[in-house]
Structures are given as C-alpha cells and as structure tokens.
Design a protein around this ligand. Structure first.
Ligand SMILES: [Zn+2]
Length: 172
C-alpha cells in the first residue's frame, strides 16, 4: 500500500492518519463471506492488474451486522483517487436500492458510519458514494491511466437518501 500510495498520491505511506471521507459501496456479493473472499487473496485487481488487491475497511451484512476487515488506521484500496484520505464501507447486495430497501441493513450501516464519522470528525456531507468520488475536493490521482475513473456503486440520488437518514441520527 505504501508503494501504491507513492505511485498514485506521491507519498510512500500505508497509514491512514486522518481520514476525511467515508466512501459507501455495495459489493455485488450476497454475503459477508463472499465479500471477504473477494478481498482475501490479495491478487492484482481485475481492472488495473495492480497490487495490493482491492479491499475495504468494513462490510455490512444484509441483517445489519458489520465486520471490520482492515483497521481504519491503514489505507485500503477501495476507491481510485481517495484511498489516501478515506475509510471504505462495503455492503452485501447487488444495488444501492437493494441496500437502502433493507431496513436492518440500512440501520446497521448508519450506526457504523455515524460512529466512525463522530470518531474522526467527518461531516455528513463527506460521507459519499463511490460514484461521487470524482467530484470530491480531496480527489487526487497522479497516474493518467487511472484519472477520471470511478464505479457506479452508490450514486448521488441514493446517497442523498443515505445522508438524509444519517443526519437524523443527530450531531456527534
Ligand atoms: Zn465501490
């Protein structure tokens, strides 16, 4: 991750010292175990063929239970351009609508996000969907082959719903 950080952000560093963002994903996987199996082999990723393998800090199951895969003090490869400043949360599910539609999963996700954002002093507006990555003021990507690339998970319309529900949990 230190070598990845050097290539993409200009600084050799694997630590995530002061996260500025939380990035919300869905995994296109049906269980926490299936998500774990995507990340665990630490293989070069399918899209770019680069190491370390993709990962996320947390995954939230369909019933709302959350698992920590990687400590939030360590950088994890979950979003091009923002891995140096963000915590990643994956969700069991195949669409953002599916995740938002499961009350228990949404509740568990919001609880996890609220505790992280309060711990790190991250405002609600900096809880973003993967699909919103390119418009973040923190976006940085030195490799021109990677620049401008993002994914379709958790689009802005869905994140508006997510942030509205998150705000209902109140201030930290
Ligand atoms: Zn994603």
């Amino acid at each position: 991750m230190a070598a990845y950080s050097k290539r993409h952000y200009g600084q050799r560093r694997w630590q995530l010292d002061d996260p500025k963002l939380i990035v919300i994903h869905f995994a296109e996987a049906g269980s926490i175990g299936a998500i774990y199996n995507i990340f665990a082999p630490n293989r070069p990723d399918a899209e770019y063929g680069e190491l370390p393998g993709v990962c996320s800090h947390y995954a939230v199951g369909a019933g709302g239970g959350a698992v920590e895969f990687v400590k939030p003090g360590i950088r994890c490869r979950h979003v091009v351009g923002l891995n140096h400043v963000s915590i990643g949360i994956e969700h069991v599910g195949f669409s953002d609508r599916e995740v938002l539609g499961r009350k228990a999963q949404l509740r568990g996700s919001l609880r996890l996000t609220q505790s992280l954002r309060c711990h790190y002093g991250i405002p609600v507006k900096r809880v973003i969907g993967h699909a919103e990555s390119l418009s973040s003021p923190f976006y940085k990507e030195l490799d021109p082959d990677f620049r401008g690339r993002t994914h379709g998970d958790f689009k802005r319309a869905s994140m508006r719903v997510y942030r509205r529900e998150l705000a209902k949990l109140g201030d930290c």
